[in-house]
Design a protein around this ligand. Sequence first.
Ligand SMILES: [Zn+2]
Ligand SMILES: [Zn+2]
Length: 117
Amino acid sequence: MQCYRHAPAIAVGVCAACFKGVCPECGEDLGFALVCSPACADRSRQLREVNEKATTILKQRRSTMRTAVLFTAILGVASLAGGGFFTWRYNDRFDLYFYATGAAFFYFAIATHRRNR
Ligand SMILES: [Zn+2]
Ligand SMILES: [Zn+2]
């Protein structure tokens, strides 16, 4: 590839904003991207900012979902333990309510986990 400004010069990279080939003389290295002009430098910085924000939001969402899954799983365990306790304490009756609630919590935790993987 050749530089978009001086054709014979060999391009060392591609502008991160407009994808034109740039030689070492024309290209400006921003540290995270190579650009061909101040306008492209601005655009590239904006793009990077948007990207970083999106990544941060995604990470926060992920960790929130992980907490929700964990919490739901704990509720499931608590419900099953409650059911087990009642069955043991009053062993003439099998408390379906606790088992049903526990199973529902587990189902919910697994479904949420699957959806957010
Ligand atoms: Zn450019
Ligand atoms: Zn050039």
